[in-house]
Design a protein around this ligand. Sequence first.
Ligand code: AMP
Length: 397
Amino acid sequence: MKIFVINCGSSSLKFQLIDSETEQCLAKGLCERIGIDGGMISYTPDGGEKEKKNVDIPNHTEAFRLVLEALMNPATGVIKSVDEIDAVGHRMVHGGEKFACSVILNDEVLEAVASCNDLAPLHNPANLTGVYACKELMPNVPMVGVFDTAFHQTMPEEAYIYAIPYEYYKKYGVRRYGFHGTSHAFVSEHAAEFLGLDYENSKIIVCHIGNGASISAVKNGKCVDTSMGLTPLEGLVMGTRSGDVDPGVLEFLANKEGMDIKALLNMLNKKSGLLGLTDNLSSDNRDIEDGYRSGDEACVRAMKATCYRVVKYIGAYAAAMNGVDAICFTAGVGENSSILRELVCEHLGYLGITIDPEENKKRGDDNVISTPDSKVKVCVIPTNEELAIARETARLV
Ligand code: AMP
């Protein structure tokens, strides 16, 4: 089956066309600045050159029209007609407590997704806009929603509940949900297979560290805890997000700086993390690594704080699962930053972990970076959320 995998933001549309039998990505691309001046579409067929075109894209329907045009282009396209697309898999950010697994997107389901909009006001409406635009152009193609929160729905109450008045959970669903679920599920399952562990009888910690970052504890194939909460702001130090802070900081800064709640949340989401810790030098881990190597004080601070937070969560999750068989690193930083992995694993000697420095330098493929006598296996597993969405879509359709 040919599966069209879609990830729609408010002004962007990322896509891949994946053959679900061979798991080959036939083509991929991105529309940017939808509804804003200076629109752009990029398109890369498998094995071909990347094409980029500047074109105004007034709305998501027009974006889908341009993408389908690129996919069917007689010279560089990979299909002849829309009829060749068997199903569409949409990445959906927040499924609240309603969706613990992927679902076929019918009218009833779309209404239920819309009822979660309050929980993800920036993301869910954009996802839904994408679904409706796609439906307009491909009304007869089945569509599946794959939720970022679904994998974490197995967390027990003690892990997901905030110790604030319970009425807010009952009234509004204020609790921890977690994100990056598609990646945590894909990586933990794949790691078990790669390492020869029985997934249903294993304890795996997945460190998804990219521009956004989260860690999860996966026991016997089910998520039992994860570091992101009601929103993707909780947990680790990220590119521009603070992760955990004492909420008392907010009142303190509101008084000192005259900031309102909107300005405070903007600061925590957009001006903190690596960017904040380096006094606006960069939110990009590559710059932080360069600075760390040359001894730049701000970059050393940012790198150490980032790694320390990861170390704390690994310790917490090893405790939560009463042990750990494997620790996996994934996403842009987790897959590529040997320095981060080295600095994190330096603190894990108490778990009997030792790292092979040569293996840790390698990049690109699934790889075990711990030594053969290490008590816990440590590995790098490249994530592939698009493939995970394509698999889920094919399974449901
Ligand atoms: P993601 O959000 O998963 O795309 O990850 C983005 C992050 O990965 C950015 O902070 C990048 O700096 C980081 N990253 C990508 N490539 C490398 C690399 N070769 N070395 C270190 N960090 C990298």
